[in-house]
Design a protein around this ligand. Structure first.
Ligand SMILES: Nc1ncnc2c1ncn2[C@@H]1O[C@H](COP(=O)(O)OP(=O)(O)OP(=O)(O)O)[C@@H](O)[C@H]1O
Length: 310
């Protein structure tokens, strides 16, 4: 087992317990998302795994070895583990290349230069190799920090919201190159995100936290198709939720329906179209069925009364 968290107790403040008997096991070579709404404990958990915070009780084992908190380990982090937090901690007077090469040995300078350039290509910053970090945007600095963390080929890489400062096209480029590199080098990755849709195609596993509790730990498809509850379903975007009573009253087969699952059919039940708006790849519709409003996505604009399947 690459990482094992056993019976962990931690709170930032005594009156607000966060992790209460938290347990988690992570196998080697996986790409894992740590998901959940803002404040659920994602960053805190990554910091605990990296040994930046002192916990009250429990154990964190990395490669079978106990991680120590900052009191016992003054220089946090293990050789085989790297964290890219939301403060990127770059050397301000060193160029982008020098920052990325910080942990690479100077024995073979030609090899080092080559390695740094390879990493800058992964994060799409080759053209900025001689620039100082202060002339870079927040998103670019974040990418320098990712390249630097990759340079040591860690066994485990922890990325805290790595795409948070990137625009859409940069995000698409980076995520593809990053996940490919991580797979090629067999680096295990835990990536915290509240936009799970954006990384879903690359994930082996999704760990969902709610208020410091682990509420689901499955592969991406299972999590999407059988979310543990409404909170999990909502991580994937808009979702129609039927309470158990509504499920019975309206005779529907399940509690959660994503908008694309509510299809217009020739013979289904009547639904009144309240709104139908262009949303790019689809039309966004608000429907009403027996007084319950539903969101559905359709390829065409709809109006009046339609028939839907549920
Ligand atoms: N230094 C701190 N002191 C006190 N409370 C804190 C501290 N850092 C975080 N918290 C609290 O702990 C909880 C978990 O915070 P954390 O930053 O781990 O959440 P998160 O899921 O990473 O959120 P986000 O997605 O917004 O980054 C929150 O309620 C937060 O307010």
């Amino acid at each position: 087992m690459l990482l094992e968290i056993k019976n962990l107790f931690f709170s930032h403040r005594p009156d607000q317990p966060l992790f209460q008997n938290f347990n988690l096991k992570i196998e080697e070579g996986k790409i894992i998302a740590l998901a959940g709404e803002s404040g659920c404990g994602k960053s805190t958990l990554l910091n605990l795994i990296y040994g930046l915070l002192e916990w009250e009780k429990g154990e964190i084992l990395f490669n079978g070895k106990s991680i120590l908190g900052p009191v016992k380990n003054l220089v946090p982090g293990e050789d085989d583990m790297k964290l890219v937090a939301q403060n990127y901690d770059l050397m301000p007077y060193a160029t982008v290349s020098e920052n990325v090469g910080k942990f690479i040995s100077n024995i073979n300078l030609q090899e080092k230069k080559h390695k740094v350039e390879e990493l800058l290509e992964v994060v799409g910053l080759l053209e900025f190799k001689d620039t100082l970090p202060k002339y870079l945007s927040g998103g670019q600095q974040q990418r320098v920090a990712i390249a630097r963390a990759l340079s040591v080929l860690p066994k485990l890489l922890l990325l805290d919201e790595p795409f948070s400062n990137l625009d859409f096209s940069r995000k698409i480029e980076l995520r593809e190159r990053l996940f490919k590199y991580v797979r090629e080098k067999n680096i295990s990755l835990i990536i915290s995100t509240h936009e799970i849709q954006e990384v879903m195609p690359w994930l082996d596993q999704i760990i969902v936290l709610e208020g410091g509790r682990l509420i689901q730990n499955d592969n991406a498809e299972e999590t999407y198709k059988t979310p543990y509850n409404q909170y999990v379903a909502r991580l994937f975007g808009e979702v129609n939720v039927f309470t158990d009573e509504e499920k019975v009253a309206l005779n529907v087969s399940k509690n959660f329906w994503y908008p694309h699952e509510i299809r217009i059919t020739e013979n289904g039940r009547d639904a009144e179209v309240l709104e139908s708006r262009f949303a790019g790849s689809h039309f966004w519709n608000k429907l009403s069925i027996k007084g319950k409003n539903l969101i559905s996505y359709t390829p065409e604009k709809i109006k009046g009364t339609v028939k839907i399947n549920l």
